[in-house]
Ligand binder design. Structure first.
Ligand code: OGA
Ligand code: NI
Length: 339
């Protein structure tokens, strides 16, 4: 079903498209094929029967709401996010802003236990909730990545997942909290945030995720939208029983452009807080990002030059949230101009 609705910002269109839902209980070649199709067409899908235990999710969600419910002065003790820790409204280092507060962690257990000291009155409980959650979603990310490789007929099916299970993986975990706009908020044109007609503000502006794969879950409050290009946005209805999976820039590069790193954003809800938990699977800093031979053919030569995650990360940090970065790594930059 496709229904265009009046547009929230300028020349944008909101379209109700049902995003692909993949049932992982039916694991096998058919599922691998569906995952590949969704990753090519949308760079985004939902997974159900994902195997992440409910109590692991519940504990993480509880800890997260406990933290965001604290007074601002308490929360600030866990900041600033440079890059890890608590951040409020500032996203990254280059002036991007949104109606969001967040906690960002490196997934390394030492880093988590150290951070937990400033986040919770019971740091052991907090860090055990975070570690348990990260372990479970890493397993889910690996299962999905192996199915992707299988669906692409790549012989070494752990070619992608081995990067995020590596001891030195640079994966990160992020808790986002989007409070509803205050009733008396300044909505004058000079206000720094874009105000939507429905009273929804930009929580997390349009961007693609730079890593390999993102596993995101939210409470039952909507706000996530994915971009199908040309100002066409698809709202993703909230569903706490599923996980959203999206292709990151590195996976677009490693699949030689077969999969698309989907641009997306999150809006605030006008009366309820949205809380999302995102795991970003990333390789070690010095891993070389290349495509397995099966996805490079004479008809489809390498689109991108080999590069390291460290190189990519450095460029990402130097740009604005919404800037495209992968184009800078094209094997043949002239082709870009012709597209
Ligand atoms: C992100 C992101 C969306 C959301 O953290 O990269 O896209 O719904 N979050 O919080
Ligand atoms: Ni994102």
């Amino acid at each position: 079903m496709v229904v265009a609705s009046p547009n929230p910002i300028g020349s944008e269109k909101l379209i109700a498209v049902e995003v692909p839902i993949i049932d992982l209980a039916a694991r096998g070649p058919k599922v691998a094929e569906l995952i590949v199709k969704a990753s090519q067409e949308y760079g985004f899908f939902k997974v159900i029967n994902h195997g992440v235990p409910e109590d692991v999710i519940r504990k993480m969600e509880e800890e997260s709401f406990n933290f965001f419910g604290k007074p601002a002065s308490e929360k600030k003790k866990a900041g600033p996010a440079q890059p890890f820790g608590y951040g409020c409204k500032n996203i990254g280092f280059n002036g991007d802003m949104g109606e969001v507060e967040y906690l960002l962690f490196n997934t390394n257990p030492h880093c988590i236990s150290q951070r937990s000291e400033t986040i919770s009155n019971d740091p052991t409980k907090f860090s055990s909730a975070v570690s348990g959650y990260i372990q479970a979603v890493t397993d889910l990310a690996c299962e999905v990545l192996d199915l992707m490789a299988e669906g692409l007929w790549v012989q070494n099916t752990s070619v992608f997942s081995s990067l995020i299970t590596h001891l030195d993986s640079d994966s990160v975990f992020r808790l986002n909290h989007y409070p509803p706009p205050l009733k008396d908020r300044d909505t004058s044109p000079s206000s720094s945030f874009q105000i939507h007609h429905q009273g929804n503000n930009i929580g997390f502006g349009e961007h693609s995720d730079p890593q390999i794969l993102t596993i995101l879950r939210s409470n039952d409050v909507g706000g996530l939208q994915i971009c199908l290009g040309d100002g066409v946005w698809v709202p993703v209805p909230p569903d706490p029983t599923s996980f959203c999976v999206n292709v990151g820039d590195l996976l677009q590069a490693m699949t030689n452009g077969r999969f698309v790193s989907v641009r997306h954003r999150a809006l605030t809800n006008s009366d309820k807080p949205r809380m999302s938990m995102a795991f970003f699977g990333a390789p070690p800093l010095h891993a070389l990002i290349t495509s397995p031979p099966e996805v490079v053919t004479p008809e489809r030569p390498s689109l991108y030059r080999p590069f390291t995650w460290a190189e990519y990360k450095e460029i990402t940090y130097s740009l604005r949230l919404g800037d495209s970065r992968l184009n800078l790594f094209k094997a043949c930059p002239d082709k870009e101009a012709q597209e």
